[in-house]
Design a protein around this ligand. Structure first.
Ligand SMILES: *Cc1c(COP(=O)(O)O)cnc(C)c1O
Length: 398
């Protein structure tokens, strides 16, 4: 589709393939394989398996539509879809690295990503140095001759630290390392890392691309050369493939992506401002607030603050803090107590005892994840109702 179309047009229209039936909405191709007119055609299609339909482990028209739409939204040349965000991370590392190679990664990572880097890839001779994502010298100093990849997540989970994509991209380029950015928290509606110097954007489509908490999915977006020559052969052989059904759900989700994310950001901003004034709250972490340590960077590289915020409650001891946090969570009637995020429904989490419970108390303290910390992934409910929902537990503690 024409590159000159704006984001909202691309979100609704790009990637659409129409069959001979002339269907208006994207068709769901539930077929594991495709038939050929004769042996010669089968041979020809298998030879060009990137550009033709043979078997749904590697090509399927509904998945192609999802890939082309996401590539258009991220401003990338090509996209490879995967079964989940984690299989996208598996695929990018398997495609770009080998035993003996070294990875420099932000230390503020999604828990399973941290586990992959520190426990799984290390078994195959790929080592990782973790750095403070906001410390540019730390990125620079971690580079070794065998460094092949930089990995960054911004904003981070759950403290919403924001790292300077453009500045880290320059360090990665100087090191000749592939710069991969997990764009899950912002989605392309708020942030387009490829335009800021990233080589590859990785997604958990499970979050904002679906946006309604229904299916798992993942993707890698980058140059045609990297995606087709490196990632495609891995996915084709190993099979961490996105299903046609999930691709179809995600295509429909992407049509409303910017509307949802903009409204969810506005709701999050209103709630963050209100929490900042609340006497039971010690501190609010939200990139849209002037009090955020990287407010200036966020303002430059994100269109809005995003839907995710966290806040720390007052309390004399960790036990008292935990009691306050659990009281807020248990008094919420609207917010869902669940770890998923990016849903139309607001979700509330106590990171110290759930998403970050498997790391040591020392590591948790070093990461700033206190017993009083609550993460909120703000949905599309009325912001005033969410405020009332939180107020019940907060006021009980003052
Ligand atoms: C959820 C998430 C992932 C993993 O995605 P799955 O689809 O659950 O495999 C990776 N990174 C971030 C930032 C996430 O929030």
């Amino acid at each position: 589709m024409d590159d000159n179309f704006n984001f909202d047009t691309l979100a609704v229209r790009s990637g659409t393939l129409r069959s001979d039936f002339g269907e208006h909405s994207e068709a769901l191709f539930l077929t594991s394989s495709f038939v050929f007119a004769n042996a010669a055609e089968a041979a020809e299609r298998f030879k060009n398996s990137e550009d033709s339909y043979t078997y749904s482990r590697f090509t399927n028209p509904t998945v192609t539509m999802f890939q082309d739409r996401l590539a258009a939204l991220e401003g990338g040349e090509a996209c490879m879809a995967t079964a989940s965000g984690m299989s996208a991370i598996l695929s990018v590392v398997m495609s770009a690295m080998q035993a003996g190679d070294h990875l420099v990664s932000s230390q503020s990572l999604f828990g399973s990503t941290l586990g992959m880097f520190s426990q799984i890839f290390s078994k195959f001779g790929i080592t990782t140095t973790f750095v403070d994502p906001t410390d540019l010298d730390a990125w620079k100093n971690a580079v070794r001759p065998e460094t092949k990849m930089f990995f960054l997540e911004t904003p981070s989970n759950p403290l919403t630290e924001v790292a300077d994509i453009e500045a880290i991209g320059k360090i990665a380029k100087a090191a000749n390392a592939l710069f991969v950015v997990d764009n899950c928290f912002c989605s392309p509606a708020l942030q387009q890392p490829l335009k800021l110097g990233a080589d590859v954007v990785m997604h958990s489509a499970t979050k904002f691309l679906d946006g309604q908490g229904r299916v798992l999915g993942g993707a890698l977006v980058g140059s045609k050369q990297f995606i087709m020559e490196k990632v495609f052969p891995f996915v084709r052989s190993a099979g961490p493939t996105l299903s046609a059904f999930n691709a179809w759900v995600l295509l429909k989700g992407m049509e409303t992506l910017s509307l949802r994310v903009e409204r969810q950001s506005a709701n999050a901003m209103a709630i963050a401002r209100w929490l900042e004034m609340h006497p039971a709250v010690k501190r609010v972490f939200y990139p849209g607030l002037e009090s955020h340590p990287q407010y200036a960077i966020a303002k430059r590289q994100q269109k809005a603050g995003g839907a995710i915020l966290s806040f720390d409650l007052k309390g004399d001891t960790p036990d008292a803090q935990r009691a306050s946090a659990w009281r807020v969570i248990d008094n919420a009637k609207i917010c869902s107590i669940t770890a998923n995020l990016g849903d139309t429904r607001t979700t509330i989490t106590h990171p110290a005892t759930t998403t970050h419970s498997r790391i040591t108390p020392e590591a948790r303290a070093a990461a700033g994840i206190t017993e009083g910390l609550i993460r909120l992934a703000v949905g599309l409910e009325d912001a005033a109702d969410i405020r009332t929902d939180l107020e019940r537990g907060l006021n009980a503690g003052v």
